[in-house]
Ligand binder design. Structure first.
Ligand code: ADP
Ligand code: ADP
Ligand code: MG
Length: 470
């Protein structure tokens, strides 16, 4: 096993990886930018290497500097976390060239899967159903028009290199095609430096169901069931849970087998997620594969008892998977709420000093976060402050427990989405598991109204104030 591992990331995921390393008695080496000097991942690591500069290109997105940091600190492996360089084949390639293990799949597998167009081709080859759409990138408007004629409106335009819910556009009418195509190409170019866009059928009111898989270098692959991430705002996940009420036990097995078929075809090694979009429970199409650990991986850890990050590290070191398919059992239900530093009215990012932070505690709750009282949320990175995950014997128990946790989370200084998440899981449609990716847009106002602090009448307020002990 490795003695020293470098974490090429920041925030809650860097802290999560450090925890796995500590549990395995491996030394953790952090890297950090100027803004992250007093970040928790720096404090928790055994060693920390400063990446000079403030920009992403000089720091967390610099393959050269990350490799340099690994070499000078004597790290034998690099864990990329999610986002940043996690799906950049260059980091995996340069690590290999420098004799450092990359904790993830090969550069070749990342290259094929990181591109949504080649990933769909691989899925076709593997016999995994894909969303009907163009076979490749759309060259011009005429091609787009004829593709749309074939597929039928509404359609979705997508950046081939897209991620994080960006570079995606729904087109409802023929007259919007031209503008949307140009905008999508521009967005793809500016976010991902790659203007290739493809088109696929827009599935109305679908479910987002994804399968967690893990493979080793000895031909073994196991799926760890699904997560339902249908509660999304603008194609970004807000609430994730496992198992999904959408799948029957047979449907679950079938989807798991399909995900593993794709992994096998791609020559995949490490942990990964195969994302499907469900038009109906019997009609699930492959959307994309994320060749990395995902934000919502704790949901799966809670219902299977597997430490996915530890297992990632083990297989990267050349070990065989520590379990077989038949050892993986689904137990109970888990739900995660992403806690974002955002104004719950506008969802605009909130930055500034966290003056008070008290994380929830107690049975069957898990909080993964890098925030502490006195932490300053920088404007430079994404707004995720952490994740709260609740486990229960069944779905209603998990909902109640998540609500308890959200209520116990006390934050001052920055606005968060915690109360909004409470309104989501308390909504009758969520409780009945009657949701789709359109749920947020359809219920936005109801959810905002429910998430506002209730006004307390003066009589009640004075009674509370005089009540002993309160
Ligand atoms: P997950 O797929 O794990 O649920 P998200 O899609 O929310 O996670 O992405 C996780 C993080 O990675 C976010 O910070 C997101 O902005 C970032 N990210 C994901 N894919 C890309 C990409 N292709 N390019 C840049 N950032 C990305
Ligand atoms: P990203 O890399 O940004 O995660 P995805 O391809 O996974 O991109 O799409 C993000 C989200 O957009 C999905 O979770 C889903 O809600 C929605 N989406 C993607 N493709 C479709 C589609 N063909 N029809 C309907 N919704 C879709
Ligand atoms: Mg996705």
């Amino acid at each position: 096993m490795f003695k020293k591992v470098l974490i090429a990331n920041r925030g809650e995921i860097a802290v999560r990886v450090i925890r796995a390393l500590r549990d395995m008695e491996i030394e953790a080496i952090a890297v950090y930018s100027e803004q992250d000097q007093s970040s928790m991942h720096v404090a928790l690591a055994d060693w920390a290497v400063k990446l000079p500069g403030k920009s992403l290109a000089e720091t967390y997105l610099s393959v050269e500097r990350i490799i340099e940091a690994a070499k000078c600190s004597g790290a034998e492996a690099i864990h990329p976390g999610y986002g940043f360089l996690s799906e950049n084949p260059q980091l995996a390639l340069q690590a290999r060239k420098n004799g450092i293990r990359f904790i993830g799949p090969s550069a070749e597998a990342i290259g094929k899967l990181g591109d949504k167009i080649t990933a769909k081709k691989l899925a076709d080859q593997a016999g995994v159903p894909t969303v009907p759409g163009s076979a490749g990138a759309i060259a011009d408007l005429d091609t787009l028009r004829s593709e749309v004629k074939r597929i039928g409106l509404p359609v979705m335009l997508k950046a081939a290199a897209g991620g994080g819910g960006r570079g995606i556009r729904v087109v409802q009418s023929e007259s919007d095609l031209s503008d949307s195509f140009a905008q999508c190409q521009r967005e793809a170019q500016s976010y991902f430096s790659d203007n290739r866009v493809f088109v696929e059928k827009f599935i109305t009111n679908p479910r987002h169901i994804e399968v967690q898989i893990i493979c080793d270098d000895h031909g073994n692959g196991v799926h760890l069931f699904e997560r339902d991430c249908s509660v999304q705002r603008r194609n970004q996940k807000l609430i994730e849970e496992a198992p999904s009420a959408y799948l029957t036990p047979e449907g679950r097995e079938k989807l798991g087998a399909l995900a593993l078929k794709l992994a096998k075809t791609a020559g995949y090694s490490g942990a990964g997620t195969v994302e499907f979009i469900g038009a109906s429970p019997d009609e699930l199409y492959f959307m994309e594969m994320n060749a990395r650990i995902q934000v919502e991986h704790p949901v799966t850890e809670m219902v299977t008892g597997v430490d996915l990050v530890r297992e990632q590290i083990r297989v990267a070191a050349g070990d065989t998977l520590s379990f077989k398919q038949e050892n993986i059992k689904l137990r109970g239900h888990a739900i995660e709420a992403r806690i974002n530093a955002e104004d719950p009215e506008t969802f605009a990012p909130a930055v500034g000093l966290v003056t008070h932070w008290q994380a929830p505690q107690g049975p069957f709750l898990r909080m993964d976060s890098h925030v502490y009282p006195g932490y300053r949320v920088p404007a430079d990175y994404d707004s995720l402050l952490g994740k709260l995950i609740a486990w229960g014997e069944n779905r209603p128990e998990a909902i109640a427990r998540l609500r308890r946790g959200l209520g116990e989370l006390l934050v001052s200084g920055v606005k968060t989405t915690a109360r909004f998440s409470d309104a989501v899981v308390n909504h009758p449609r969520f409780r009945a598991a009657e949701i789709s990716t359109a749920f947020f847009a359809e219920e936005e106002q109801t959810l905002k109204d429910a998430s506002r602090l209730k006004d307390v009448s003066p009589e009640v307020a004075s009674c509370i104030q005089t009540f002993p002990g309160v």
